[in-house]
Design a protein around this ligand. Structure first.
Ligand SMILES: [Zn+2]
Length: 343
């Protein structure tokens, strides 16, 4: 019997740069899990019983190696009182920015993850999947400080503040950094094996490395330092789009993993920093939605090729469409068995 051959063991091995039986598969398929039990996304994201049942059903059906408890980028801002738009069958979004002037910021209170908005729904969902699937590796999501600030201010307004009034922005970012730590710790307490911090706006497709270093890097480091101080590991960042110009910065802050989105060259990234960062990715969600399963297998084989595959997890580069064909999800798991076995 090879070592590390249950889903949770495989993922843990990938984080520890150890050799499991095969490369694990971990997908950002939480919205699509609704289809496995025939429910709509809107209701699922406000009900931990439904959400956990859907996540477990998808995990059982497809045989991938863990469960990602993630929904949308609106949870934190909604918990602070921003009004949200909840479509019947789609993710929640913020209707209007909560911070329109400095006085609005002064009125904001730190959210209580156990009682405010949907934070308790996501915490309870994490608790329920942990209890229900002890062999699954569970990663729960929270937003990073820039993503939460962008939901409170509006994305373009936040970017303008980077140029016009960075003192005010720094105050907001210090506040949102605390939220990431507070809410993240609750996810670990609820039983998550790891944490994924969404920081889409840190993408080099959005702000560029200079602004990343000025506004995000030190805050990301303080978050990771605090989690490490508390012994909370398997943390990572999900940064949509291009990441290559800040990959070394991300490795320097001491985070354990990073999602590699499809515009990023996975092979080059692994050659550069594969020994320091566990990398998850990087099949494009658009390919998963639109291509035939033979093509998906071929793309997976490319990700899985190469001599050194320690610290590699096969996954989608970004959030998968809920309408992704089942055959393409199965193709990823099959590809890991065919091309991802460690010799
Ligand atoms: Zn993304």
């Amino acid at each position: 019997m090879p070592k590390f051959c249950t889903p949770r063991e495989r993922m843990t091995a990938a984080f520890n740069f150890e050799r499991p039986d095969r490369v694990p598969v971990f997908l950002n398929n939480s919205l699509g899990s609704s289809r496995c039990i025939g429910i709509k996304i809107g209701g699922m994201l406000r009900n931990p019983e439904k959400f956990s049942a859907a996540l477990c059903a998808a995990y059982d059906r497809f045989g991938y190696d863990g469960i990602r408890v993630t929904c949308d980028v609106a949870v934190e801002a909604e918990a602070m009182g921003a009004s949200a738009h909840s479509p019947e069958d789609g993710p929640v979004s913020i209707k209007a920015p909560l911070i329109k002037c400095p006085e609005d910021f002064d009125k904001l209170k730190m959210p209580n993850p156990l009682s405010d908005g949907r934070m308790p729904v996501m915490i309870k969902t994490t608790e329920m999947v942990r209890r229900a699937r002890k062999d699954a590796f569970i990663i729960s999501s929270v937003q990073g400080p820039l993503n939460t600030a962008s939901q409170l201010l509006g994305v373009s307004e936040m970017m303008l503040l980077m140029i016009d009034d960075h003192e005010f922005l720094e105050k907001i970012l210090d506040f949102t950094t605390e939220i990431t730590i507070l809410y993240g710790k609750e996810m670990y307490r609820a039983g998550a094996d790891g944490l994924m911090m969404g920081e889409a706006v840190c993408s080099s497709s959005s702000i560029g490395p200079v602004f990343y270093r000025q506004f995000a890097k030190k805050r990301h480091k303080s978050i990771i330092d605090e989690f490490n101080r508390c012994g909370l590991r398997h943390h990572g960042f999900h940064i949509c789009g291009q990441l290559a110009p800040i990959l070394s910065d991300i490795a320097e802050i001491g985070v354990d993993s990073v999602d590699v989105d499809s515009p990023v060259d996975m092979k080059a990234s692994r050659e550069k920093l594969g020994g320091r960062l566990t990398m998850l990715g990087n099949i494009a969600p658009s390919e998963l939605l639109n291509s035939k399963s033979e093509r998906i297998k071929q793309l997976c084989a490319e990700v899985l090729s190469g001599k050194e595959r320690l610290g590699l997890v096969l996954g989608a580069g970004c959030t998968m469409s809920p309408d992704t064909p089942e055959a393409n999800i199965r193709a990823m798991v099959e590809a890991a068995g065919e091309y991802g076995v460690y010799g």
